[in-house]
Design a protein around this ligand. Structure first.
Ligand SMILES: *Cc1c(COP(=O)(O)O)cnc(C)c1O
Length: 231
């Protein structure tokens, strides 16, 4: 369920994390993560000013995107979950940004569908910075090569990197994940690849976005703090 007071509380958490880090809150974009969230709650969040939503699954997202579109409500939609190549065409039709590009094979299929659909597709490369085997994302050294490969594609534009921090209550385990994403972005920037900018570091969720902001996040993906626990 969406409640305005939760939204205000998240904005306040972002603002104080920025203040502690000496950053401007305007540098940090909030993505509302709406997996399992009903369309009415997404509409309420839009009415309060949230403009970008993240979904994990193409199928689930399709129904909601269509529901809102029929009501004339068209926020930005980002895919933040793993994408199988057989759903890539549908994903290119639905999403404004695909944050979860993690393999050369997927990038190649996305390029093909973006070209066929005559659109420039913005993507982030997802990096597995924690090394946890349960997580998707390219290993950091593979991510660099993947970005170089994508830079030659006519219809993909790399706009940043995405990661999920270590699933660990100990912040000393989480922070290095975010730091290594920032350092990878710095390395990529220094190479001046065409069609590649490190405009966004998408990192930080309900439990760890303050740490991510301290390490340079420009986009935080927040679900539970906005919409409550998922059932
Ligand atoms: C679910 C999810 C989030 C949001 O997590 P919360 O803990 O609900 O804030 C962010 N990013 C990804 C990739 C997710 O799957």
């Amino acid at each position: 369920m969406f409640e305005a007071q939760n939204y205000i509380a998240v904005q306040e958490r972002i603002a104080s994390a920025c203040q502690r880090a000496g950053r401007n809150p305007a540098e940090v974009t909030l993505v509302g993560v709406t997996k399992t969230v009903a369309p009415e709650d997404i509409i309420a969040a839009c009415a309060h000013g949230l403009k970008i939503f993240g979904e994990n699954r193409v199928q689930e997202a399709a129904a909601k995107i269509e529901n809102l579109r029929q009501k004339g409500i068209t926020p930005q939609w980002h895919l933040i979950g793993h994408l199988q190549t057989n759903k890539a065409r549908h994903a290119v039709e639905l999403f404004d940004v695909i944050q979860s590009v993690d393999s050369a094979r997927l990038a190649e299929v996305l390029q093909r569908h973006a070209e066929a659909g005559r659109r420039m597709l913005e993507v982030f490369v997802e990096v597995n910075t924690s090394g946890e085997s349960t997580k998707f994302g390219a290993a950091p050294q593979d991510a660099f090569h993947l970005i170089r490969e994508i830079s030659s594609y006519s219809h993909l534009r790399v706009m940043g990197l995405m990661t999920i921090g270590a699933l660990d209550p100990d912040s000393s385990k989480i922070r290095p994940c975010f730091r290594s994403l920032r350092e990878l972005a710095e390395t990529v920037t220094a190479h001046h690849f065409p069609n590649v900018t490190m405009r966004h570091l998408s990192m930080g969720m309900t439990n760890d976005f303050e740490i991510a902001i301290a390490e340079g996040a420009t986009m935080v993906r927040v679900g539970r703090a906005l919409f409550g626990e998922r059932h």
